[in-house]
Design a protein around this ligand. Structure first.
Ligand code: ATR
Length: 307
C-alpha cells in the first residue's frame, strides 16, 4: 500500500456541479460534476480522458474497486477534445491527480505530453495509463496485459498458435501481449499490407487476409476488428473456426457477438472481450495503489454499468 493513499472512507462527499479551470467536465459517481476550485486534498482524484464523452464503464469499475478496498479516492470521466489534451494534462499535474486512463482518441497523442513513457508503451505505440509519480506524469500501457490476462482465463498462450484478426490500434496491444507470453502469432486483416507491416514491426510469425483463417489451425483466435460492433456480422466464416479453439472478441457490445455465437456453435470456447477491459482496468488500479485489484468486484461493476 502506498503512503499517499488515504484509506477508510466509504462514502465520498458530493461535488458541486460546475466547470473546472480548463472547462473539463467530468462525470463521476454523483452524476455530471467537475472539480471544485478547492478539491478536498484528502481525496485522491483519478479519471479517464476521452472524447467524445460517450458511455464509459471505467468510473463504475474503479469507484467500485476503491470502495471495496477502502480507498479514499474518486474516479471521473473527463471529456477532453484533442486540442485541449495538453491543457488537461497540465491541470492533472497541477492538481496532483493520481492516475488517468487514456482512451480514444488520445492514446497516441498523449505520449508527447508526458514526463516519461515506459519502453513497453513505446513498443506498442500507445499509452492508456498515466500515473503521477513524484510529480512526474509517467505513461504506461495496460491494454496488452488486459488482453493477455483475459485470454489466460481460458488458456495459457505459451507455445500456442494464435491468430489475431485485424491490424489496427487494438491489434497492436493484443499481438504484443501474445508474443510476450510466447505464443506463435499470425495477423490476418482485410487490408493484407497492414497486417504485414504490423507483423514486421512487432515480430509476429505470419500475416495474411481474413479468409486465410481456414488454412490455419489456431488454438487461440482474437478479433480486434470492429466487425460485429452493434451488428450481427462476423469478420470470418463459421466454418473457419476450429472446434478446439478459444475465440475471444474484443467487441463487447453486444456481449454475445455473432463471432462468439458461431464459436459456440462449432464447439469452440467463446470468451467475452469485456474481460480485456476489466483486466486492463485492474492492472491500472494495481499500478497506482500497489495492491491487488478486486477483479470480481470490478467485473460486477462493469456488468451493472452496461447500457
Ligand atoms: P482500432 O484502433 O479500434 O483497432 P482501427 O485502427 O481503425 O481501429 O482498426 C480497425 C480494424 O478493423 C482494422 O483492422 C480494419 O481493417 P483494415 O485495416 O482493412 O481497415 C478492421 N475493419 C474495420 N471494418 C472492417 C470490415 N468491414 N471488414 C473487415 N475488417 C474491418
Amino acid at each position: 500500500m502506498k503512503k499517499n493513499i488515504a484509506r477508510h472512507q466509504r462514502s465520498l462527499p458530493p461535488q458541486r456541479s460546475r466547470k473546472g479551470q480548463f472547462g473539463i467536465v467530468m462525470r463521476g459517481p454523483h452524476g455530471d460534476e467537475s472539480l471544485t476550485e478547492r478539491p478536498n486534498p484528502e481525496i485522491a482524484i483519478c479519471g479517464i480522458l476521452l472524447h467524445p464523452a460517450g458511455h464509459t464503464r471505467s468510473p463504475a469499475m474503479h469507484n467500485a474497486a476503491y470502495r471495496a478496498c477502502d480507498l479514499r479516492a474518486v474516479y471521473h470521466a473527463f471529456d477532453v477534445k484533442p486540442e485541449r489534451l495538453a491543457l488537461a494534462l497540465d491541470e492533472a499535474r497541477a492538481r496532483g491527480m493520481k492516475q488517468l486512463a487514456v482512451s480514444i482518441p488520445h492514446k497516441e497523442a498523449v505520449m508527447e505530453h508526458l514526463d516519461q513513457v515506459d519502453e513497453t508503451a513505446r513498443s506498442i505505440g500507445a499509452c492508456n495509463t498515466v500515473t503521477l509519480r513524484e510529480g512526474a506524469l509517467v505513461g504506461q500501457n495496460t491494454d496488452w496485459t488486459g488482453a493477455l490476462e483475459a485470454v489466460r482465463r481460458e488458456i495459457e498462450p505459451e507455445g500456442r498458435e494464435a491468430v489475431v484478426l485485424g491490424a489496427g490500434g487494438a491489434a497492436r496491444a493484443v499481438v504484443y501481449g501474445l508474443l510476450q507470453a510466447g505464443a506463435r502469432v499470425s495477423i490476418l486483416n482485410r487490408t493484407e499490407a497492414r497486417a504485414g507491416e504490423l507483423a514486421t514491426q512487432l515480430g509476429a510469425h505470419g500475416s495474411g487476409k481474413l479468409d486465410e483463417l481456414g488454412d490455419l489451425q489456431p488454438e487461440i483466435i482474437i478479433n480486434t476488428t470492429s466487425v460485429g460492433l452493434r451488428s450481427d456480422v462476423s469478420p470470418v466464416s463459421e466454418s473457419a473456426l476450429p472446434a478446439s479453439a478459444v475465440v475471444m472478441d474484443a467487441v463487447y457490445d453486444p456481449e454475445k457477438t455473432r463471432l462468439l455465437r458461431d464459436a459456440e456453435a462449432r464447439g469452440a470456447r467463446p470468451l467475452s472481450g469485456k474481460w480485456m477491459l476489466i483486466h486492463q482496468a485492474a492492472e491500472q488500479f494495481s499500478l497506482w495503489t500497489g495492491i491487488e485489484a478486486p477483479i470480481s468486484v470490478m467485473g460486477r461493476a462493469f456488468d451493472a454499468a452496461g447500457p
